[in-house]
Design a protein around this ligand. Structure first.
Ligand code: GLT
Ligand code: MN
Ligand code: MN
Length: 388
């Protein structure tokens, strides 16, 4: 009997900002109280998470004195020790303070850009102090409301300069740390640069140290753009760039909802979990989501437990899919190899091209074959809904 009990090997993580989210939205105030970072670590320990991620200012308020910072760090460290939680990822808050109203690294004001660099170096130090091996960049404010204000090519160049700087900084400091870039198409800016994971992959190839930089795709962000999240994750994986992942759920075409993982599109969540498990992705499964505004902190725990439970249930379904003889027989039939074509395809040669050109194809006959994808999809639905 499976209990769907989260274990450290599942690498389930939450940001301080996720379980600490107080339910404020553009139309309403906070509905939950403030918990200290240490209290949030205990909460995560109680629900069975493996790790906790933070922005610099989730841990240390932007105006804290050095003495206050020390006190907070000490209680946070104690909570980590008491619960056994680790800090796999850290990031910089480059979006909340009014100074970032026109972006951080892409701001038109050189003072803002320099401040953003300084803040990020300090935040990288803070992440390293707590053992973070992944450093995330989500450029929520790196965009525009009006294209009169900024040339997108300048924005790309400014972003590149900043990322090259931080790679060198990490190397200089000898931190065991990789960088991940997290895309989002819009919100809070009307349009954000490098809008999708695909954009980020192309951008990474232009950096001085591409080997240090990967992506952190977020389900909600790609779904907002109307894209198939799993396909984007697969492309990142195939490129050797899937260093991290942000899991949640989202209705397409709407504001950033950050819903509990698997709560909206269970079938998409199934394919995603199946992909991650099949390829053996071994990074964090970070639930970058938050509880409904209707909830108190008991509801926050229900939310966190729900994310992990759904993941584990889908993981079990994925392994069932891989063992299901009827499904596997269909897949084998669909993917049957035909040795006749192996000799004329694959890597190019002039002989192959000649032989291929000389072949006769019965186009109508080939096209007339039914592919049984309706049957296959229904078997998948039956399996997800528990009738297999
Ligand atoms: C913010 C955003 C997330 C990012 C976080 C990292 S902060 O909540 O919505 O997707 O991952 O800065
Ligand atoms: Mn995210
Ligand atoms: Mn989000």
């Amino acid at each position: 009997m499976t209990t769907y009990q989260p274990k450290p090997e599942h690498k389930f993580t939450f940001g301080l900002w996720t379980v600490g989210n107080r339910g404020r939205d553009p139309f309403g105030a906070e509905v939950r109280g403030t918990k200290t970072p240490a209290e949030l670590v205990y909460l995560l320990g109680e629900v069975g998470a493996y790790g906790v991620n933070f922005h610099d200012n989730d841990l240390i308020p932007i105006d804290a004195t050095p003495a206050e910072a020390e006190t907070i760090k000490n209680s946070f460290r104690k909570a980590l020790k008491d619960t056994g939680l680790v800090v796999p990822m850290a990031t910089t808050n480059l979006f909340f303070d009014p100074i970032f109203k026109d972006g951080a690294f892409t701001s038109n004001d050189p003072k803002v850009r320099a401040y953003a660099m300084q803040k990020t170096m300090n935040a990288i130090d803070l992440g390293a102090e707590f053992g973070a091996k992944i450093y995330d960049f989500w450029g929520g404010r790196e965009g525009v409301e009006t294209d009169s204000s900024k040339n997108p090519v300048d924005a790309i160049k400014r972003n590149r300069e900043a990322m090259n700087f931080f790679c060198e900084y990490v190397l200089d400091k000898k931190y065991d740390m990789k960088i991940v870039l997290e895309a989002k198409p819009n919100e809070p800016r009307a349009d954000i640069y490098n809008a999708t994971t695909g954009h980020m992959l192309a951008f990474i190839a232009t950096l001085d140290h591409p080997e240090m930089v990967g992506v952190n795709p977020e389900l909600a962000h790609e779904t907002m753009a109307g894209l198939n999240f799993m396909h984007n994750v697969a492309q990142a994986w195939e490129a050797g760039k899937l260093f991290h992942i942000d899991l949640n759920d989202q209705y397409p075409g709407r504001y950033d909802q950050d819903l509990r993982f698997g709560s909206r599109d269970i079938k998409a969540a199934f394919y995603l979990v199946k992909f991650l498990e099949d390829v053996g992705y071994d990074g964090s499964r970070h639930f970058d989501a938050h509880a409904y505004r209707t909830e108190d902190f008991e509801g926050v725990k229900d939310f966190a437990r729900g994310c992990m439970r759904t993941y584990l249930m889908l993981k079990e379904k994925a392994s069932q899919f891989n063992k299901d003889s009827e499904i596997q027989a269909l897949l084998a039939e669909i993917n049957a190899v035909d040795p006749m074509f192996a000799s004329v395809t694959g890597k190019y040669s002039a002989e192959k091209a000649k032989a291929l050109k000389a072949m006769n194809f019965d186009r109508v006959k080939i096209a007339s074959r039914g592919l049984k994808y309706e049957r296959l999809d229904q078997l998948t639905i039956d399996l997800i809904l528990g009738d297999r």
